[in-house]
Each structure stands twice: as C-alpha cells, then as structure tokens.
Ligand binder design. Structure first.
Ligand SMILES: C[S@@+](CC[C@H](N)C(=O)[O-])C[C@H]1O[C@@H](n2cnc3c(N)ncnc32)[C@H](O)[C@@H]1O
Length: 246
C-alpha cells in the first residue's frame, strides 16, 4: 500500500465522524450503533439518510450542508476515498454527516428496521455482468427494505443507461411506486439544488457528454421481490475506462 494511502488511513482512524468495520464477514454480529445512530453518533434526533457507495463523499457532505434538518451517512468500502469527504466535513464543521466504512452487503447489521428514511445510490458501477453485485438488484433491495422506514425512498443517479433501464424494469416488475424519473436530468425540470450536486464520477461522465439519469422510487415492504427477466442493452461506452485517480 502506498505511503499516501497509509497516511490517510492513520489519519482517518482519529476522525470522530468515521466508523470503520471494513471486513466482509457474513456472520458479523450487529454493530453496537445499530438503532442508535441518532442517539449515540449524531446526538440529534433527525431523519437518517444514507449514500451507499459514496466514494469521496461529495453527495453526503453537500446534502448535509443543504439539509441541516436531516442526518446523513456516506457508506463505502474504500477508505482512501472516504477520507476526503470525512476530512472536508470536519474542516467545515458539518456535524450532520458521518461515514461508515463497510460492505453494503451487510448494511442491515448496522441499521435497525425503519431507522433509515432514504437511500441515495450515486453513480454505482452498473455491474453489467453480475446482477448479484449490482446495487439496484433485488438481492440488495431485500437488504435495503430491512432498514428503510415504510414509504422510504431510493434515489438513483447514474450515467449508465443499462443501470437506469435495469432499475426501471426492476421497479415495474415489482409494482414499486416511481416518485420521479428522467433520462436526461440536466435537460429536465426536475433539476434543483440537491440534484445538481456533482460527484467525482458524475463530473467525469458529464465531461464525456453522457446524459445523467435520475430515478426515485418507494420500496414497499410486503411482497417478495422478483428480478426482471427482460434483456437490457449494454452500455457501449464502458470501454472508455475510468480514471482511477484518488
Ligand atoms: C463508481 S464509484 C462512485 C463513487 C461516488 N458515488 C461518485 O459518484 O463519485 C462506486 C463506489 O461504490 C463503492 N462500492 C461498490 N460496491 C460496494 C459494496 N458492495 N460495498 C461497499 N462499497 C461499494 C466502491 O468502493 C466505489 O467507491
């Protein structure tokens, strides 16, 4: 591991706004903060919103700035990326945002049923070959519905037409309620202060002229979820490769 990364990890271990449980263990017991994020971590009783796969945390930090009456947690497995958002929040004194370093696969070990009001998924890798790893697949939705309050909303922002179409099909297949949708956010009248927040990956895709898609839907709690069966066209531009710069 590079010197710079080691330095970031050492510094992050001292950050009061970061909780780290980075090892994926399917038998991991519930975390001590489960059901207590507001009481113990934030020490304010406000609706809790997650950004899953937060990378450098731009969305979580900006949401916290724009919406002080809610608490936000950015979740990612990559510590060196998360360091940036966590440091930024500390330096700016933004107290209604925190970061959790762990695998989203075990998100229900960290949050109690109904503890979360909303989930944001910002530019997740569409995982065109593996729907088990796709963050909008039904195996993940099953986990999200365990922690979301009834009527809880999922927001997806993506460059990927494949991810957008797949998620729309998943929503339709399961009769989930769509709250908002557009396949070209920056040309739509949905655009507002919150949806204009741009992450590291969003900036890269916009520079390449790729339209940004946005979908918000409510995840119901009752019926078993079914995977869509329709074939979705793959994104041709994925061969561009992405910058791995931290
Ligand atoms: C393409 S990046 C997007 C990062 C950020 N949202 C942005 O838009 O700049 C996807 C992020 O999701 C994280 N991620 C993907 N699958 C994950 C999982 N199962 N558990 C935790 N983090 C995950 C990756 O580590 C990565 O930082």
């Amino acid at each position: 591991m590079g010197k710079n990364k080691l330095k970031k990890f050492a510094e992050m271990a001292t950050f009061e706004n970061v909780v780290q449980a980075p090892f994926y263990d399917p038998d991991q017991p519930d975390h001590e903060l489960k059901g207590k994020w507001n009481a113990v971590f934030f020490k304010t009783n406000q609706p809790l919103v997650l950004e899953l796969g937060c990378g450098k945390g731009e969305y979580a930090v900006s949401l916290a700035r724009f919406i002080p009456e809610k608490n936000f947690i950015g979740v990612d497995i990559k510590g060196a990326r998360m360091w940036k958002g966590a440091k930024d929040a500390l330096q700016r004194g933004i107290r209604n945002v925190g970061f959790l370093r762990t695998s989203i696969e075990i998100i229900d070990r960290f949050f109690a049923p109904g503890e979360v009001e909303q989930i944001w998924l910002t530019f997740p890798d569409p995982q065109m070959k593996s729907n088990r790893r796709r963050l909008t697949a039904t195996n993940f939705m099953e986990k999200y519905r365990r922690i979301l309050a009834p009527g809880g909303t999922i927001h997806l922002k993506t460059d990927s037409n494949f991810q957008y179409q797949y998620t729309l099909e998943m929503v339709k297949e399961n009769g989930l309620k769509i709250m908002a949708q557009t396949d070209d956010l920056y040309q739509s009248d949905l655009l507002d202060e919150v949806l204009s927040i741009q992450t590291f990956y969003e900036k890269q895709w916009r520079e390449r002229g790729i339209p940004i898609k946005y979908l918000a839907f409510q995840l119901s709690h009752d019926e078993p979820l079914r995977e869509p069966t329709v074939e979705i066209e793959k994104d041709p531009y994925r061969s561009f490769g992405r910058s791995a710069r931290e």
